[in-house]
Design a protein around this ligand. Structure first.
Ligand code: N01
Length: 532
């Protein structure tokens, strides 16, 4: 089957890209989706407590006033189910489903030099041909299930948070192990602890976490967001993370201790990701960061009753925000429950998984279920899993052996007409993702329009430009607090053998947007465009 454009993935990015390609560019377009339905991340992440930690009124599309205003969010942070319903609402409005095929996983894609076409193969042995291939597979979709000895022998069920099964899973009266304490794990533990007989949380690195302070949205708030649609849309293009808050312009050192504390207390009570923005230098300067890191530590110490457990939960070893900040609802309170236990893997590492549970250095534990909240092979993992072969038979896994090389995070040298939404080298995971996605989809669509108009056969970035882009990212990252985290998925540390390089673009969305716009204005400088 021949198409002008194939989009891989039917999440936030794939759906909008389909609308753009089909309805605005008039391209014959198909979306290929591995899942049974639309949703992407929000299709797979059905784990207990799954909820977005960006606020609902901005974790959505802003490209259409009608779509924005005709949807009513229920809570400050939307539940996984609510986001899925929202995406279904958008899909229905734009009539997207008819151009999506489900239950098909792309297992390879080869660029046919002579024909200037991509040949895409799915696990159902279906072949598709297209001129433009667009990855909308997301940044955090390649689940990382650690290779722990004995996993196959486990008699109970195990699950990964990002590949949660469709069926209803009960933890009632069950002995449950949870490995991992990132954003997902911090959401899972309080919910599972409510019904499990025993929940044992295995922690490799403790995580800073700020209260989410979730609440039902008031009628007035909802009305105001609709009334202020244009201002909100505009605001999301101005703030570094595409969130609805600016960073304070004032350093923490401009205030005496009492005033500092007042500001921190207020931000803590407000909750949410904006906590880090209450002073200008928390995310930038170690001395400012230290004050805030200690503040969080004290808050946790005040919540957790057992002093040894509190110590384990606060033995961070890295500055606040050097890893992805997390939000929580009663995470630390959960460790005051009688049926919850924390195992610090630094003191008591896992030796193997057994038939009946987990054997650690110090003991053998029985479990009915194991939850892996162990994160992802982030950003590059999902693209590599497509098994791409580019021009002249160049394999992506070889081309990226020293780390993902892209230009602007959007295209890869030697892989013509292949575009990436929210991939390595883009701000993606450091932003409110739908805001970044919209910028990407709009930029890519403009580019395709230009390519079609100029009768181009193919386009790819110049190798030098891509190398410089990677250097630029690492130069910026090296000066940032991100590099102070020993073990972070931003740098690929979580996956054995993964090249160590800073992966997302770290200088913020407005700066990134400006660079992309400049490239466009300069007639796509940095790209080689081959004309008919
Ligand atoms: O994954 P993570 P996540 N043995 O990589 C541990 C987004 N998200 O799924 O820190 C033992 O953050 C690992 O330990 P360490 C968001 O961008 C958003 O929680 O590497 N432990 C860590 O504790 C987020 O950042 C929402 O030492 C092992 C945990 O597992 C991203 O997804 C909700 C291990 C993994 O944490 C990923 O979050 C959820 C091993 N072998 C997620 N391997 C929203 O609300 C790993 N760990 C929007």
């Amino acid at each position: 089957m021949y198409l002008d454009a194939i989009i891989i993935g039917a999440g936030f990015s794939g759906l909008y890209q389909l609308h753009k390609c089909r309805d605005q560019l008039g391209l014959k377009t198909l979306v290929i989706e591995e899942g049974k339905d639309i949703g992407g991340t929000w299709y797979w992440n059905k784990y207990p407590g799954s909820r977005c930690d960006t606020e609902s009124h901005i974790y959505c599309y802003t490209f259409s006033e009608d779509i924005y205003k005709n949807w009513k969010w229920k809570e400050r942070y939307p539940k996984q189910k609510e986001i899925l319903s929202y995406l279904k609402y958008v899909e229905k409005k734009l009539r997207l489903r008819k151009n999506i095929i489900f239950n098909n996983k792309v297992i390879s894609a080869d660029y046919l030099d002579k024909k200037n076409l991509w040949r895409v193969k799915t696990n159902k042995k279906k072949f598709f041909y297209c001129k433009y291939l667009i990855s909308a597979v997301g940044s955090l979709s390649a689940a990382n299930v650690p290779n722990i000895k004995g996993i196959k022998s486990f008699k109970g069920e195990w699950y990964h948070s990002g590949r949660w099964p469709d069926k209803k899973i009960s933890f009632k009266n069950q002995k449950v192990a949870q490995i991992g304490t990132g954003s997902s794990g911090i959401q899972i533990a309080p919910v599972v602890a409510k019904s499990a007989k025993l929940l044992t949380v295995f922690q490799r690195t403790p995580n800073y976490s700020v209260p989410a302070r979730n609440r039902k949205l008031t009628k007035t708030f909802i009305e105001n967001t609709k009334k202020n649609y244009k201002q909100i849309k505009n605001l999301l293009t101005k703030t570094p993370g595409g969130h609805a808050f600016y960073f304070s312009k004032k350093s923490i050192f401009e205030f005496n201790e009492r005033k500092r504390l007042n500001i921190l207390e207020k931000a803590w009570l407000d909750g949410g990701l904006s906590f880090r923005a209450c002073f200008s230098d928390i995310t930038k300067k170690l001395d400012a960061n230290k004050i805030v890191s200690n503040y969080i530590k004290e808050k946790i110490n005040n919540i957790v009753k057992d002093k040894d457990v509190a110590k384990q939960l606060t033995d961070f070893g890295h500055p606040f925000t050097s890893k992805r900040p997390t939000l929580n609802t009663n995470y630390f309170e959960t460790f005051n429950k009688k049926n919850v236990r924390l195992i610090d893997l630094k003191e008591n590492p896992i030796v193997k998984i057994t038939k009946n549970g987990i054997k650690t250095k110090n003991e053998e534990l029985k479990f009915d279920k194991i939850i892996f909240a162990t994160g992802y092979d982030a950003l590059s993992g999902p693209i590599l899993s497509l098994n791409l072969t580019g021009r002249k038979n160049i394999k992506l896994n070889k081309y990226w052996k020293n780390g993902p090389t892209t230009y602007l995070g959007l295209m890869i040298p030697n892989f013509p007409n292949f575009f990436i939404i929210s991939g390595p080298g883009s701000p993606s995971v450091l932003t409110n993702v739908p805001a970044q996605i919209q910028q990407h989809v709009e930029w890519i669509s403009e580019f395709i329009k230009y390519l079609e108009k100029s009768k181009s056969i193919s386009v790819e970035p110049k190798a030098k430009e891509a190398e410089n882009w990677v250097k630029k990212i690492n130069t910026i990252a090296n000066k940032s607090l991100f590099m102070k985290a020993k073990n972070s998925w931003y740098k690929g540390d979580n996956i054995p053998g993964k090249p160590k390089t800073f992966i997302p673009y770290p200088a913020g969305l407005p700066q990134y947007r400006e660079i992309c716009n400049k490239v466009r204005k300069k007639m796509y400088k940095g790209f080689n465009i081959t004309l008919k």
